[in-house]
Every structure is written in structure tokens, then in C-alpha cells.
Design a protein around this ligand. Structure first.
Ligand code: NAP
Ligand code: HSE
Length: 434
């Protein structure tokens, strides 16, 4: 039985998928059943890294979706529109969809899932988070018996690649970002990577799966690495930490109507050097899932790039092809694979979020400053784990404080008091600490 694939996009990921389909030998026998029928691109004249018959290519993406020879639509064009409309068009035509588009799923996942459930087709998204790491299916299926307490991870390959090379080689930010773009890691607009939006899309998706209902994407507190100061990375290193862009979704309880209260956020974070996520370097991603009763499970591997992402896309295609092969398309949707929502999720007020903090203060270098800063923290009920003075530029000093875990509102209250101290010139940086 041959299964016709319609590919929307032939860039980094699309070309990776086409390369796997073109060479099925040595892979699962079902790969040999998949045939690339049509491919939508923007520019027919652009050179392609995979040789394809020119008549397969089209600039008419709707025609690719509508083609009767296309059984499964694979959306790897990126962006919100026309990707969302094309996905909905495929669903309306009763065609299953595989997509790597986390931006669309994080914003329109509820609409797409409802349309797919009503039409009885699968929309699979393994490639949307973690590149080549299987994390979507494990969350939907293998860990389904757990109550998930926390999902945290490094889920943007570009920023991890940038941070790793800056730390290891002292490479310049702009130069490493250009390399990440050349290697196919970065989004079409790399602002999504460096400002944290891509990681926020991905943690919204993971949280939705882990906690059983869509998470409001717009409410996720997001901070990227674009304003990270190399000085803080160096101080963190001296204090025994590495700095990573972390995405976290944490269960904080539930309200009377059963709505799950979640703390979901993305920010540069100081990780103790011995933390399992601290050793994740380069384009690699890792996702740490903490559940009851499983404990801690970590998923690790390449988080971006053509081959790893195409591996995840083809896995989803094979899932659908396997169901078709046993005639399961008529048996209704498998509720685990289809991942329907079964409850509501809401985000807690950021002021209630609890975490440890790193704060760098520029101060005058004079007697009593550390004591007065300590008093401000103490008065707000913020317990200090360590306070260290580094030599600042000129006559000043730089004081770095690491707090114990505290509610964000109390930490902000302490900072407001510190800012009024005459000896404190500025609060130069605030970062989260694990
Ligand atoms: P890309 O290299 O920019 O490729 C996009 C492809 O889509 C290109 O072939 C482009 O055509 C085509 N395209 C864009 N708009 C189109 C339109 N309106 N009509 C027809 N074709 C159109 O992007 P990518 O890196 O492969 O990423 C694709 C998707 O996968 C995105 O959602 C991204 O977030 C996701 N993703 C990427 C990675 C990664 O490592 N790159 C990993 C995981 C997920 P032309 O070639 O003619 O310009
Ligand atoms: N731009 C994304 C990243 C691609 O760097 O992680 C993988 O989703």
C-alpha cells in the first residue's frame, strides 16, 4: 500500500524529510511505502539540497493539500499564516496532518485539535518540541499514568548553541548567531529564538500535554538571552553555576472547579554545575519530567537541524501510516495519540511564583553597604544564601546576591528597598537560579 505525502515547505526540515523518504533502505519497512507526491515552496528557482523531479514542486500550497494523491499533509513551512489555514484545510478534507510548527500549535492548537477531533483525523506534532528528541509521544502516552509535578528543560537549540560557544570559546554573540542560522537551527526570524518566544511556544505545548488542557500562550512570562550580560555568565561560573535558557512548567495546585494552576515561564537561569541540565551543550536540548510515581525522567538529544527534526516528522508519518495499514482509520481516534484535552489550565499570577534569585548590584565601595543590603532582604523576609563582592569598574563595587527560594513579590519588595539606598547605584541584573 503506497501512502502519498504532500509536503508544505522544502527548507531545512522539508529537505530533511525528503532525504529520508528518498532513501528508505535500512529504515522501517513502512518508510518504503511513503511516496512524496507534491511539494509546496515559495520560490521554484531556488536550488534544493535534495534532487526532486521539478514537476513535484508548486507554489500553490492549497493545490498540494487538495491533491487526491496526497494522503498525509506535512506542514513544515513555518509562520502562522497560511500554515494555520492550510492545516485546517487538510483536516476539513479528512487528511491527517504532521507539523513541526510550534508557533501555530502554541497559539491555535485548541482550534486545530477541535477540528481534527470533529473530523476524526490525527494532527501529530513530535517535531514541534525538542527536534529529534521523542518528548511529545512519551508525554501523551508513556508517562500518562503519572501526575506531573514539573516539566523543565532546555528547549531552544539556537540559544543553547550560542550560550555554549560563548562560554567555551569566548565567541562573539553575533558571529555565533550567524553560524546557528547557517546550520539551519534558527527560526526564519531568529528574534523568536533569542528573545525566548520559541521556547515559550514549546513549553506551552509541553504544559498543555502534561496537564491535560491548553495553556494561555500569551500569559507565559518570557525573557530571552538577548539582554544577558557576559559579566553575569562569568560571575555565575565563579560561583559554581552555568547559565542556560530554561523553560519551566510547574504544577502549583488546582482551584475548586478543578482548573490546574500552573507557573509557566522562560528565562535565563543559573544552574548548579552538577544539575542534570547543566551538562547539555551546543544544539542539544534536554527535558526533565518530574512525575508521581515515575520520579525524574530526562530526555536528551539534538534539538534542531534538518536530520533530527526530520527524524521526528517521519516518526509521526509512520504512526499514521501504521494505523492506516491495519485499517484503523475507520476505528475512531486513539485518545492517547490524538491527545484530547480533559481539563482546564490557568497561569498563576507571576508575583506568586517562587524561585531562587541571582541579583547583581552596582554599589559604592564603602563600609556597611553589604549590611544595609542584607537588612533590606531580611526586612522583606528574603533569606540570602550567599553574598559576594566583586571588583567593579572605577571606584565602585559589584555585589552579587544569591537568595534562597522566595515568592517573587517579596523579592521585588526587597529590591525596591535596595534601590533607595544611597550607596546602591543600580540593580544591574536579576536572574533566576535553580
Ligand atoms: P525554512 O528553512 O525557512 O523553510 C521553510 C520552507 O517553507 C521553504 O521551503 C519555503 O519555500 C516554504 N514556504 C514558506 N512559506 C511558504 C508559502 N507561503 N507557500 C509555499 N511555501 C512556503 O524553515 P525550517 O527551518 O525548515 O522550519 C520549518 C518549520 O519547522 C517551522 O515551523 C519551524 O519552526 C519548524 N522547526 C524547525 C526546526 C529547525 O531545526 N529548523 C526544528 C523544529 C521545528 P522556499 O524554500 O521557496 O523559500
Ligand atoms: N529554532 C529552533 C531551535 C528550532 O533553535 O530550537 C527547533 O525547534
Amino acid at each position: 500500500m503506497t501512502i502519498g505525502i504532500g509536503l508544505l515547505g522544502l527548507g531545512t526540515v522539508g529537505a530533511g524529510v525528503a532525504a529520508i523518504l528518498a532513501r528508505p533502505e535500512g529504515r522501517h519497512p513502512l518508510v518504503g511505502e511513503l511516496t512524496l507526491r507534491r511539494v509546496a515552496v515559495r520560490d521554484l528557482a531556488r536550488p534544493r539540497p535534495v534532487p526532486l523531479a521539478p514537476e513535484l514542486l508548486s507554489t500553490d500550497a492549497e493545490a498540494v493539500v487538495d491533491d487526491p494523491a496526497v494522503d498525509i499533509v506535512v506542514e513544515v513551512m513555518g509562520g502562522l499564516e497560511p500554515a494555520r489555514t492550510l492545516i485546517l484545510r487538510a483536516i476539513a478534507a479528512g487528511k491527517p496532518v504532521v507539523t513541526a510548527n510550534k508557533a501555530v500549535i502554541a497559539r491555535y492548537g485548541e482550534e486545530i485539535a477541535a477540528a481534527a477531533a470533529a473530523r476524526g483525523v490525527y494532527v501529530l506534532i513530535e517535531a514541534a518540541v525538542g527536534g529529534g528528541i521523542p518528548i511529545i509521544e512519551p508525554l501523551k502516552q508513556s508517562l500518562g499514568g503519572n501526575r506531573i509535578q514539573r516539566v523543565s528543560g532546555i528547549i531552544n537549540g539556537t540559544t543553547n548553541y550560542i550560550l555554549s560557544r560563548m562560554a567555551d570559546e569566548g565567541a562573539a554573540y553575533a558571529e555565533v548567531l550567524a553560524d546557528a542560522q547557517r546550520l539551519g537551527y534558527a527560526e526564519a526570524d531568529p528574534a523568536a529564538d533569542v528573545q525566548g518566544g520559541d521556547a515559550a511556544d514549546k513549553i506551552a505545548i509541553l504544559a498543555g500535554l502534561a496537564y491535560g488542557g491548553p495553556v494561555p500562550r500569551a500569559g507565559i512570562a518570557t525573557e530571552g538571552i538577548d539582554r544577558l550580560d557576559a559579566r553575569d555568565v562569568a560571575y555565575a561560573d565563579q560561583l559554581g553555576f552555568v547559565v542556560k535558557l530554561l523553560a519551566v512548567a510547574e504544577h502549583c495546585g488546582h482551584s475548586d472547579d478543578g482548573t490546574q494552576q500552573l507557573d509557566v515561564r522562560v528565562h535565563p537561569t543559573l544552574l548548579p554545575r552538577q544539575h542534570p541540565l547543566a551538562g547539555v551543550h551546543g544544539v542539544n536540548n534536554a527535558i526533565l519530567v518530574e512525575g508521581d510515581p515515575v520520579g525524574r525522567v530526562m530526555f536528551y538529544g539534538p534539538g534542531a537541524g534538518a536530520g533530527p527534526t526530520a527524524s521526528a516528522v517521519v516518526a509521526d508519518i509512520l504512526n499514521i501510516a501504521g494505523i492506516r495499514q491495519v485499517g484503523g482509520a475507520d476505528a475512531g481516534l486513539d485518545p492517547l495519540l490524538a491527545a484530547s484535552s480533559w481539563r482546564r489550565c490557568a497561569l498563576i499570577d507571576g508575583a506568586l511564583s517562587r524561585h531562587r534569585n541571582y541579583v547583581r548590584l552596582r554599589t559604592r565601595d564603602e563600609a556597611g553597604v553589604i549590611g544595609r543590603i542584607g537588612t533590606c532582604f531580611g526586612d522583606a523576609g528574603v533569606s540570602i544564601q550567599s553574598i559576594v563582592q566583586f571588583e567593579g569598574s572605577g571606584d565602585g563595587a559589584e555585589i552579587v546576591v544569591i537568595t534562597h527560594e522566595v515568592q517573587e513579590a517579596l523579592f521585588r519588595q526587597a529590591l525596591a528597598a535596595i534601590e533607595t539606598l544611597a550607596a546602591v547605584e543600580s540593580v544591574a541584573a536579576c536572574l533566576r537560579t535553580l
